[in-house]
Design a protein around this ligand. Structure first.
Ligand code: SF4
Ligand code: MG
Length: 333
């Protein structure tokens, strides 16, 4: 089946001021050549340290930030060629971490949820809003005429989910959508999201720094490092084996990871390098204990593992033709 979303070589650089008195201009390579697919009905989790380009990728997908280069193909139609930004934004909705900032403080909950439906010209926006409020666990008789400041963080995030659904999207991008919530509320909202996905036939992209949360909700996990995709795999496969040294470090730093499954990789040292001037070759080579000469000069390609073509990794260790002295050997922990 054709994927719901295909992203090819997506690139976004941001200008930043630097140098003495901010007179020089440099470019941050926020997203650099990112490609992936999202199948209909699946949840793709995106993980990586802050600043790795997860959120920028999300914003590029809905045109909140214009891309410099690359293709965004939604349901087989290319953005800019047959697919307008308006159509893309109807099909793809986003839920952000900050539940308060995205709601108009002077609009009632019902009006906020109904707003999108009205903009889309959908029938009976208020009735639709009340049904959706009910569905996300907010009794419309109690909440319809309240304002955002009268709600808890969890309730506001339920409003944002209802608001996204009011647009009848096919893909919902959740960027740290549960990260600000207490653990118990977080679990409730995650369960709600899982139920809604089945019920409405939705597809999710779920961005989070919390690997346990991503594992719980995702079918596949994509790992980003310094604006690039370093590994993409089904959850079970990546949980069993992190093929990329960066992924191993990321997983080994997880607080609640079952000790039996914890990799013995030493945790990452230091901050990620500056994305204005990322390392040559493999961008991870400055922090990788397996780095060899080829890693400093040649960027690794993202390719399927020999034993599992669904498990993609960009690392010379897994590419026999790379010239890496340890290529093809088991990456010893
Ligand atoms: Fe490490 Fe080289 Fe693999 Fe990059 S390509 S992760 S530096 S071994
Ligand atoms: Mg972010």
């Amino acid at each position: 089946a054709q994927p719901l979303l295909m992203v090819r070589n997506l690139r976004k650089y941001f200008p930043v001021r630097g140098g003495i008195l901010g007179r020089t201009q440099a470019m941050v390579q926020a997203v650099d050549g990112v490609s992936f697919e999202v199948k209909k009905g699946e949840t793709l989790g995106i993980v990586g340290e802050s600043g790795c380009g997860k959120s920028t990728t999300a914003k590029l997908l809905i045109g909140l930030t214009p891309k410099d280069e690359g293709e965004i193909i939604f349901d087989g139609i290319d953005l800019g060629e047959g697919l307008s930004l308006k159509q893309l934004r109807k099909g793809v909705q986003m839920v952000f971490q900050d539940s308060y900032a995205t709601l108009n403080p002077r609009m009632t909950i019902e009006a906020s949820v109904a707003f999108g439906a009205r903009v889309q010209g959908l029938d009976d926006p208020e009735g639709r809003a009340r049904r959706l409020m009910e569905r996300v666990g907010l009794d419309p008789n109690r909440f319809a005429h309240r304002y955002p400041h009268e709600l808890s963080g969890g309730q506001r995030q339920r409003v944002n989910i209802a608001r996204a659904l009011a647009m009848s999207p096919r893909l919902v991008v959740l960027d740290e959508a549960v990260s600000a919530l207490d653990k118990s509320v977080e679990a409730q909202v995650l369960n709600l999201l899982s139920d809604l996905r089945r019920e409405f036939g939705l597809t999710y992209i779920f961005i989070s720094h919390d690997l346990n949360v991503v594992r719980y909700i995702s079918d596949r996990i994509l790992v980003m490092y310094l604006g690039e995709v370093v590994e993409v795999a089904p959850v079970d496969s990546i949980w069993a084996e992190q093929a990329h040294p960066y992924t191993r470090s990321l997983f080994s730093a997880m607080p609640a990871m079952d000790p039996d499954h914890r990799t013995k990789e030493p945790p990452l040292s230091g901050d990620p390098p500056n994305p204005i001037n990322p390392p040559s070759g493999c961008r991870f080579h400055t922090r990788c204990r397996f780095a060899s000469e080829v890693c400093k000069t040649t960027p690794p390609r993202l390719a399927g593992l020999a034993r599992n073509a669904q498990h993609l990794v960009a690392c010379h260790l897994h590419d026999a033709a790379s010239g890496h002295p340890k290529a093809g050997q088991e990456v010893a922990a």
